[in-house]
Each structure stands twice: as C-alpha cells, then as structure tokens.
Ligand binder design. Structure first.
Ligand code: NAD
Ligand code: UGA
Length: 467
C-alpha cells in the first residue's frame, strides 16, 4: 500500500532542523510539521514573536517562519507527543566529534542519535518512517534498525537516509532550489514504499530529475564524501595561496584561470584563512576514522591531509601578522573584522577567527572584534571552549567593538577573517585616521580594494598575493 506522509516530526531544532522543516512546511501546506528539541530555550526562541530573535539567522528564513508558524509548522518540547502523532520522523540532532574514549577527536559521537532511536521505539504505537537527516557514519542505519526493532512495541520502522546539503548563509535558497535531493533506502517493498513517500514530499517543489534514490549505504557515504570533496577544494586553493605569495602569482587570477576549465569548475575556489563551520572538519575526521577502522591507512592519510593543511593555513596567517608587526604583537591591539565562519550567518562553530585569536592571544595581543551578527558572549564561549587559558584571560584579551570604527580605533593592525559584504564599503579613510601607524591590514579573504587602501596609506597584506 502506498504511504502518504501527512504528519512529520523533526527531532533537533538546530541549523538543519529549523530551516529544512520550515521549507517543507512552506512548500507542503497539507503536511503538519512539528520540530522538537530537548533545549527548551531554543524552542522558546523559535516561537519568539520578534522574528529578529530566531536562534538561526538565514536570509529569507524569518519570512518563511512568519508564513508557516502555528499554521502547519510547530515548535515544541513535547517530544513524545510529536513522535506518537508522526508518520515520518526526521532525526536532525547534532553528531559532534567524540571528546572521550575510543575514537576521541575523530569518530562521530552517536549518543544523541541513539537516544532518539530509543525514544522513538518507546513511544511509537504505529508504523513509522525514520529519516536520517543528520550526517552519519556509513552503516549507522544498521545500528538504528537494531535498536528500533529490539526495543519497539512491535510496530514497523523503515529507515531512510536523506542527508542535507544546505550551506549556511544560503540555506533557504539551497532548500528551495537544491542541486539534488538524496534519498537512500532498503531494497525491500517496505523500503521502496518509504522512499516513494519521501519522494512525494520533495517533488512538491523539486523537479523529479533532481531527486536521486540510492541504496542506504551509498546515501550515507555520499554525504561524508561531498563534504570531503568540498573541503579538499578549499585546502587545494589554500595550498596554492602560499605558493602565489612567494612567486608573484595572484591566487584569484589562478583560481579564475583554472576554474574556467569546465572539468574543474569555478565554484569553491576562494582562498581563505582556512575553512570553518561545524561540519567539514568533523565529517572528514569521521571519514578518516572509518577508513582507519577498516585498516585503509592510505585512504585515511589522504583525507586527513585536508585537515592538516587547513590547520597550517590558520597558523600561517597568524604568524604572518606577528612577523609583519616586527615579530611581536605583545600589548598591541589587533582589530578583527568578522568572527562568523563565513558571511551571512551568525554561526561561529570552528571559525578560523577563533584559532587565529587563540594564537595571537598566546602572543599577548589584545583583540577587538566587530562582526555584524556575533555577540561578545559567543566569542568568549568559543575561546573558552579551546581551554587554552583561564576565562578571565580571554575576557581581558578580547572585546567586542560596538561598530567597526570603534573596533579599529588605535589598532596596530586589522585582520579580515570573514567576507561580510559591508566590510568593503566602510569609510576606510576614517578607519586609517584613527589607527596606529604604520596601519597594517591583513586580508584573509581577499575582499578589500587593496589599491584604494594603499593610496590611503595602509600597508596591505592579502592572502595569495605577493606584497
Ligand atoms: P545543531 O547543534 O544546530 O542542532 C541540533 C539540535 O539537536 C540541538 O538543538 C540539540 O539540542 C538537539 N538535540 C540533541 N539531542 C536531542 C535529543 N535526543 N532530543 C531532542 N533534541 C536533541 O546541529 P545542526 O547544525 O543542525 O546539525 C545537525 C546535523 O545535521 C549534524 O549531523 C550535521 O552534521 C548535519 N548537517 C549540518 C549542516 C549545517 O549547515 N549546520 C548542514 C548539513 C548537515
Ligand atoms: C558545507 C557544505 O557546503 C554544505 O553542502 C553541507 O551541507 C554543509 O557543509 C554541512 O554538511 O554542514 P557550510 O559549512 O555551511 O556548508 O558552508 P560552506 O559554504 O561550505 O563554507 C565552509 C567553509 O569553507 C567556510 O569557512 C567558508 O568560508 C570556507 N570556504 C568556502 C572557503 O574558504 N573558500 C571557498 O571557496 C568556499
């Protein structure tokens, strides 16, 4: 019998659960979607009448929430009720790198996933489609099935893998116009029916040709592979950036020249101070761990190099600042433009800014940050998470500027860590006038107009260009 999904529960109201479900609710008014989370504050924030206070900032998201919330999109802490009512349950919880025990620092921590499976099994009274939306190690569906079947009340669970490919900052566009939607499932009749039910949901707005169905293991592994390939491109161009600086080549020109080859393609070739974000590092480490566990050491080493190089790039940028500032930043003020891991998001997880700040703080610099979307509390949280020094030392060393001009006042140097558009249009003369001289600028994103800045008097250093 064909299945029709009428009621969806999504466990996890984060950067993926929130936007993904809001778009499903928006495109499928006949489906009731309930997003649940253990974190009551997060749910309260999603329900906030003031849409500027939603927990996730994404262009276009507030409008979709306004149109759907309390119509067919609900945010709730009543996890059990939402599970009981749903035909399909999406698991969108976090899958961070393990911080303890075997696989520490590499493997994905699946405790949140397992908790979800046990809760679903406990509550379910009717058959359910369980959808893996979180990024998971290949073969997790097997473990999920085991838990569900051994602890359930005799109902049938069909597991699908439906990884999410949205990028932060463009989440709504990526969800409305995805390059593809990937759905992996079992070859059995139940598996095929479940796949078709989910295809029917997406095909309300995604052309069928872009909905790809595969076996469940291909789907799980494709998600880790896509992130590994994307991160590898960034490390590849970043590895060339240093070579450009030493040879007089310009990394932006090289990127354009190679990107015009249709086999290479022009996207994702921006040299940077290093990739950040909650997923690239975690997912590659996970891939490396899986390969190592299978004894595939060459495969593991190949992919690990993408991370090793990214760490090097962040360190190299920090060292360049110190070296240029006459080999010492002790007691000097450095202004950071940007703290988020990329523009148009308030997310700071694994941002290169955190690591550069940590490095400079160890050299006794004082840092003032300006980011249009990041709070002082978040910055302190990010630094304390590294456990490099006591919290009081981070408070003493790093503060938030109320505006960019205040942040840059009396600074010896400015470092651009995020590529926010507004940075380009600042009154750079005004910034220059209030800085210490020589006034140094380190553009870690290659976004500033170096010629104009040099004419004002700045001493500029741009990643991937010799100066
Ligand atoms: P997140 O930390 O923003 O959100 C996860 C939420 O799950 C949190 O609010 C947490 O409280 C909740 N949660 C955890 N355990 C729970 C439980 N047992 N019951 C109820 N709620 C629970 O994480 P995220 O960025 O949304 O990522 C979620 C998953 O999606 C990860 O596997 C990630 O790799 C993947 N992913 C993320 C992105 C991205 O851009 N952030 C993109 C694609 C895929
Ligand atoms: C990335 C992928 O692009 C998504 O497809 C995937 O769903 C997601 O990870 C995930 O699984 O979490 P995201 O991390 O949100 O999305 O953002 P990206 O646009 O991929 O940027 C990641 C990092 O790489 C950022 O720090 C960005 O500044 C950096 N980057 C990106 C570069 O330095 N150069 C580039 O050319 C592109």
């Amino acid at each position: 019998v064909p299945i029709k999904i009428k009621n969806i529960c999504c466990i996890g109201a984060g950067y993926v659960g929130g936007p993904t479900m809001a778009v499903i609710a928006n495109q499928c008014p006949d489906i009731k979607v309930t997003i649940v989370d253990l974190n009551a504050q997060r749910i309260a924030d999603w329900n906030d009448a003031d849409l500027t206070r939603l927990p996730v900032f994404e262009p276009g998201l507030a409008e979709i929430i306004a149109a759907t919330r309390n119509r067919n999109l609900f945010f709730s802490t009543d996890i059990e009720q939402a599970i009981a009512e749903a035909d399909a349950i999406f698991i969108s919880v976090n899958t961070p790198t393990k911080t303890y025990g075997s696989g520490k620092g590499m493997a994905a921590d699946l405790k949140f996933i397992e908790l979800c499976a046990r809760q679903i099994a406990k509550v379910a009274k009717t058959d359910k489609i369980v959808v893996e939306k979180s990024t998971l190690p290949v073969r997790t569906a097997e473990a999920l099935k085991d838990i569900l079947e051994h602890t359930g009340n005799g109902c049938k669970f069909t597991i699908l893998s439906n990884p999410e490919f949205l990028a932060e900052g463009t989440a709504v566009q990526d969800l409305l116009f995805p390059d593809r939607v990937l759905i992996g499932g079992e070859e059995s009749l139940a598996g095929k029916n479940a796949i078709q039910a989910l295809v029917d949901v997406y095909s309300k707005w995604v052309p069928e040709a872009k909905i790809l169905t595969t076996n469940i293991w291909s789907s799980e592994l494709s998600k880790l592979s896509a992130n590994a390939f994307l991160a590898q491109r960034v490390s590849s161009i970043n590895a060339l950036s240093e070579l450009c600086e030493e040879t007089g080549a310009d990394v932006q020109e090289v990127a354009k020249a190679i990107g015009m080859d249709s086999r290479i393609g022009s996207k994702f070739l921006k040299a940077s101070v290093g990739f950040g974000g909650s997923c690239f590092k975690k997912d590659i480490l996970n891939l490396v761990y899986i390969a190592k566990s299978l004894g595939l050491n060459e495969v593991a080493d190949y992919w690990e190099q993408v991370i090793i190089f990214n760490n090097y790039q962040m360190k190299r940028f920090s060292e360049k600042i110190i070296k240029t500032l006459y080999n010492t930043v002790s007691g000097k003020k450095i202004a950071f433009l940007g703290w988020a891991f990329k523009k148009d998001t308030n997310d700071t997880r694994e941002s290169a800014a955190i690591y550069v700040a940590d490095y400079l703080l160890s050299e006794q610099a004082t840092i003032t940050v300006y980011d249009p979307k990041v709070s002082e509390k978040q910055i302190q949280y990010d630094l304390n998470y590294l456990e490099s020094r006591p919290a009081v030392a981070n408070i003493r060393g790093v503060s938030l500027g109320l505006d960019p001009y205040e942040a840059c006042k009396e600074a010896h140097a400015i470092a651009v860590l995020t590529e926010w558009d507004e940075f380009v249009d600042y009154d750079w003369q005004r910034i220059y006038d209030n800085m210490m001289k020589p006034a140094f600028v380190f553009d870690g994103r290659g976004i500033l107009d170096v010629k104009a800045l040099s004419e004002i008097g700045f001493v500029c250093s741009v990643l991937g260009k010799s100066t």
